[in-house]
Write a protein that binds this ligand. Structure first.
Ligand code: FE2
Length: 272
């Protein structure tokens, strides 16, 4: 039975066991604002627990806590790990079978100011992958430079929710980020909403989405901590069907382990 243990997570029993394979294998949510009272995410520990219950019911067994590392949020990076431990203690006490891992959603505008130690503390699962939030507006040249600079510093990048950064050249810009070594995370709930589903499926069919995450902020409203239904939508795309296991399990697991990862598909050249 393969088992991964999140690096540097000092919570006793904080282990993720992947006992089941196949399309129903447990999932890891790489982007979720489950830490209570630190940013615009969970209001309190009861909200965090309710989010974890949602996740467990959906087949999610591990969640990276990704508070905003951004100038308009006063998140103390050196407190993230102890806050994660505190949530895990509560979840264990409540009998909720979900493990929270350290992480952060690092803003494009803030990442250059982080020390090596700070970068390591907000890496997903405390591995080496950084969840990078593009600056508001269309994806720009500076985002590509940030990805390249993170690579020079020994970090791989997951680009958060590119679908929020629309522009005429969005496909080409995402493809360039992928070419520079980034993987791309789409928001699971947007695959299910009437107004956004077609656009998300088009991005995925173009080979520009590698990972799904909830980016949930609360149990009281907004996006739920759910991903299973969005993966079922991805299964409608013929070209992605052979890669669903990689997207759902292999890649997230490697990311929280801090492992190197080759993508099994590339951007589809646009025609016309
Ligand atoms: Fe987020």
């Amino acid at each position: 039975m393969p088992v991964i243990v999140a690096r540097c997570l000092s919570v006793p029993g904080a282990e993720i066991g992947f006992a089941h394979g196949g399309p129903r294998a447990p999932m890891i949510d790489l982007h979720c604002h489950i830490l209570p009272g630190v940013d615009d995410g969970a209001l309190d520990i009861r909200d965090s627990a309710a989010m974890a219950r949602q996740a467990a019911a959906d087949g999610i067994e591990a969640i990276c806590a990704t508070p905003h590392i951004r100038h308009d949020h006063d998140v103390r990076i050196d407190e993230v790990e102890s806050r994660v431990e505190s949530v895990n203690r509560h979840l264990r006490g409540e009998g909720i079978p979900v493990v929270v891992l350290p992480g952060g959603e690092v803003a494009e505008t803030a990442v250059e100011d982080l020390s090596e130690d700070e970068l390591q503390r907000v890496a997903l699962g405390r591995g080496r992958w950084i969840l990078l939030e593009p600056a508001p507006g269309p994806l720009g040249d500076s985002l590509l430079r940030r990805v390249e600079h993170l690579a020079e510093r020994g970090h791989r990048t997951v680009i958060a929710h590119p679908e929020r950064h629309l522009s005429a050249d969005m496909y080409e810009r995402i493809a360039a980020l992928i070419e520079a070594g980034a993987l791309v995370q789409g928001t699971a709930d947007f695959f299910l909403r009437e107004r956004t589903a077609a656009g998300m499926l088009a991005l995925a069919a173009a080979g520009l989405i590698h990972l799904l995450s909830s980016d949930a902020h609360s149990s009281h409203g907004g996006r739920p901590v759910k991903m299973a239904a969005a993966f079922e939508r991805l299964a409608e795309i013929d070209s992605l069907r052979p890669h669903l296991e990689w997207m759902r399990k292999t890649a997230p697991r490697a990311i929280v382990d801090g492992d190197e990862l080759d993508r099994p598909f590339g951007p589809v050249p646009r025609t016309g």
